[in-house]
Write a protein of this length. Sequence first.
Length: 163
Amino acid sequence: MSEGRTARLAFDGVTDGDAAFILELLNDPGWLANIGDRGVRTLDDTRTYIAERFNNGHWLVVRNGSTAEPLGLCGIVPTRLGLDLPDLGYAILARHSGKGYATEAAAALLARALGPLGHPRLAAFTSLANLASQRVLEKIGFRRLGVRRLLGHVDDSAYFETP
């Protein structure tokens, strides 16, 4: 999906050059409330986080156009302990929420995962309180199958899968 595009978005790999944006995203109120505090507070912390956490399965979501403003991330986590399926994730800065960017990015990633990447099914998780993200998943074709607790997490999550 590197350098892929939708009507309004472009996707590219995450690099050290994106550290300032990733630092902002990881400390955004929406990320902290719905994904969790990763303890990343400095650019050096962020560069380490990028090196350890982001691979070819994660993409920077950027608005198309002359500004090419970064909006968020989307990606596929290939394996999690206790889960048999890869899972789809996305995060858009709170100041860009409500504009359909999460839906557009997640739909593009889902099409890529089920198509060229060859995944037969995907899972997805949201915090129980994140109703907006749950609506995004349902809109792009995921079904809610209940509540699960991810290994290493203290709170339950809403659990979704593609059919």
